[in-house]
Design a protein around this ligand. Structure first.
Ligand SMILES: [Zn+2]
Ligand SMILES: [Zn+2]
Length: 619
């Protein structure tokens, strides 16, 4: 019974110009691959034993796999050898494609190899072929000569010259153009065949020859466009890609696409000043933390640096590559969904402390001594020396337009000085002695002045600092003596402060003393200069163990207090002091550096060059 194969049916449909006979091409071995590809809707699947990685066994498996999917298996054999034709046909191929057919004689021998006698010489022992045709062995044997489609490849200049004759050979069903080899044999680069007129003319000639002789014409195509183009040109039989092309194109394409998508979704990065090793900062790109519902994202414009930054910079044992910085101001560029009281575009100073707000200290208003305090730039909490910083909205404190960015970078230390002033209860009626004319001492002078403090005495070991302090509002500047003769320290301090009291008519001493240098001798003088009932604020951080005359605390009912960071309201007050021009921060800012030169800035800070150094984060 000569039932037509799917391949034959599709070719008849193609000749009727309804639709091309379409297939796919396998270069990889594997039953599952063949079965999968055969179910994609094509009429046939070609198993390429010429160029593919497909052994004889693989070919048998794939022929069976394709046939079982109700699709026609075609085998391209490696060369025009009758035994190869026999193996492929015996496996059950519905069609056989033979490469490099150049003459009518070769075509005749191909036909002979594919046909049972009397037409040809094929041996009759096919064991498996009939099942690929859904036939009995006998049916197969008697119908194979009609059912098997013999395809010869025209892929050389000689073959084109002889294509009319080849097409005329009885039993040759199809001329198939292999454009790559054809172009190559004509002296061109194989893959360039679509652009070479000579090759295209040859292809047209092969098509004409096939049609003139009532044969099918086939053409190789790597994709739908080329397949459609060849169909429109008049070819009956086209493939529409190949497994290896699919893997390369699809997987490669997805990889590229993924790269693109990752690029798109990549977190925007920003430049940050990062501690990388002892006294070494590097400018690195760091991801921007997207703001949560209660957060704001601040584009940081300026960041002051101070002694504690230099201390961190000088630390050989930071636990990670830490972003430093904690004295920053900038512009809000994004607000979280739940934030109601901050707007994009608002100028803000950033409070650098993250207090837990639940510990006993936080609950009584002392967030500065929170048991679980995280502080910007303090290991392990990343700081604000970066272009963008995300924080809780309430930590972004609005600052007015009148405050310059440079000044804004010094709001945080001013807030610390406000806290100090609160601890000291500075007020107009008091006399104050300040030891140490560094940035903190100077800021305390400014606040004392703003509060109308009557008499501000300042002490330092450097005349230049005293001169600056005097120009900045101090009333009396006194050079602290050095104890070069090794006088007993308490005696030394007492004698010096007594002479100061006498010389400046302080009678029993000052109301408030502020130790802002960290020197032990200053700590002693800060107590001996107090009048009975006076208060000393220890703000400088010196040695961990410092000897001070405690008996004076008892005898004179002195108060000794520490001060650290700032409590709620200090920031707002600092901003108010600047805005109302009661404190002028500008004279303190002696140098600005772009973020890109942050290492130099820290070197300068470490060497205590100038008073206040401000980094411009966007530069
Ligand atoms: Zn600081
Ligand atoms: Zn707390």
């Amino acid at each position: 019974m000569a039932t037509k194969t799917r391949l034959q049916t599709s070719l008849a449909r193609a000749v009727a110009r309804e639709a091309p006979s379409v297939g796919q091409w396998l270069e990889f071995p594997g039953y599952q691959l063949a079965r999968t590809v055969a179910s994609l809707g094509e009429d046939w699947v070609l198993i390429d034993c010429e160029h593919g990685a497909i052994s004889d066994t693989d070919m048998h498996l794939q022929v069976a796999a394709v046939a079982s999917a109700n699709c026609s298996p075609i085998v391209r054999i490696p060369a025009s050898e009758p035994w190869m034709m026999k193996r492929a046909l015996d496996a059950g191929a519905h069609g056989i494609m033979v490469p490099m057919c150049e003459t009518a004689a070769q075509a005749r021998s191909i036909v002979a190899g594919c046909k049972y006698p009397p037409t040809g010489i094929r041996g009759a022992g096919a064991m498996f072929a009939h099942s690929a045709f859904n036939q009995s062995p006998r049916e197969y044997l008697t119908s194979a000569n009609e059912n098997i489609v013999v395809i010869v490849q025209i892929e050389s200049r000689t073959a084109v010259e002889n294509c009319e004759e080849i097409a005329g050979v009885e039993g040759v069903d199809m001329l198939f153009v292999g454009p790559n080899d054809l172009a190559s044999s004509m002296g061109h680069v194989a893959f360039e065949h679509p652009r070479i007129p000579e090759v295209q003319e040859a292809i047209a000639r092969v098509l004409r020859a096939a049609k003139d002789k009532g044969k099918y014409a086939g053409h190789f195509a790597l994709g739908a466009e080329e397949a459609a183009r060849r169909w429109r040109q008049g070819f009956d039989f086209v493939n529409c890609g190949a497994d290896i092309v699919a893997v390369g194109a699809w997987m490669g394409g997805e990889m590229e696409r993924l790269k693109g998508l990752i690029e798109e979704t990549k977190m925007p990065t920003n430049r940050a000043a990062v501690w990388v090793s002892h006294r070494t900062l590097a400018v690195q790109e760091r991801p921007i933390t997207p703001p949560g519902p209660n957060d704001v994202l601040v584009q940081i414009i300026s960041t002051g640096i101070c002694g504690s930054d230099a201390h961190n910079w000088n630390n050989p044992n930071v636990s990670k590559q830490l972003i430093l910085g904690h004295e920053s101001a900038g512009v809000i560029v994004e607000v979280g969904a739940a934030v109601k009281d901050r707007q994009v575009g608002q100028r803000v100073a950033v409070e650098p402390g993250f207090a837990c707000s639940t510990c006993e200290f936080c609950r009584r208003g002392n967030q500065n001594t929170c048991a679980d305090l995280k502080y910007c730039g303090l290991d392990p909490t990343d700081g604000t020396l970066q272009q963008y910083f995300t924080c809780k909205a309430h930590m972004a404190v609005p600052i007015p337009e009148s405050v310059s960015w440079e000044e804004a970078g010094a709001i945080q230390p001013l807030a610390i000085a406000v806290q100090l002033a609160r601890r000291a209860a500075l007020s107009a009626s008091k006399t104050v002695a300040i030891f140490g004319c560094g940035p903190l001492g100077l800021l305390v002078i400014a606040i004392a002045k703003a509060y109308g403090v009557r008499n501000i005495l300042v002490f330092d070991i450097e005349q230049s600092r005293l001169d600056f302090a005097l120009s900045y509002g101090a009333d009396i500047g006194i050079l602290s003596p050095k104890n070069t003769e090794n006088i007993e320290p308490l005696k030394f301090a007492t004698e010096f402060t007594s002479s100061v009291k006498q010389e400046h008519n302080l009678s029993h001493g000052v109301d408030i003393s502020i130790e802002a240098s960290g020197a032990e001798s200053s700590a002693q003088m800060a107590l001996t200069i107090l009048k009975p009932g006076g208060t000393c604020i220890q703000a400088g951080l010196g040695k961990q163990l410092t000897s001070v005359p405690l008996f004076l605390l008892t005898a004179n009912e002195l108060t000794l207090k520490g001060t650290v960071r700032f409590t709620p309201g200090c920031y707002a007050e600092a901003i108010d002091l600047v805005q109302s021009k009661r404190v002028d921060l500008k004279p303190l800012i002696t140098e600005t550096f772009p973020l890109t030169r942050v290492q130099e800035a820290f070197q300068a800070q470490f060497e205590r060059r100038g008073i206040k150094i401000v980094i411009m984060n966007q530069e």
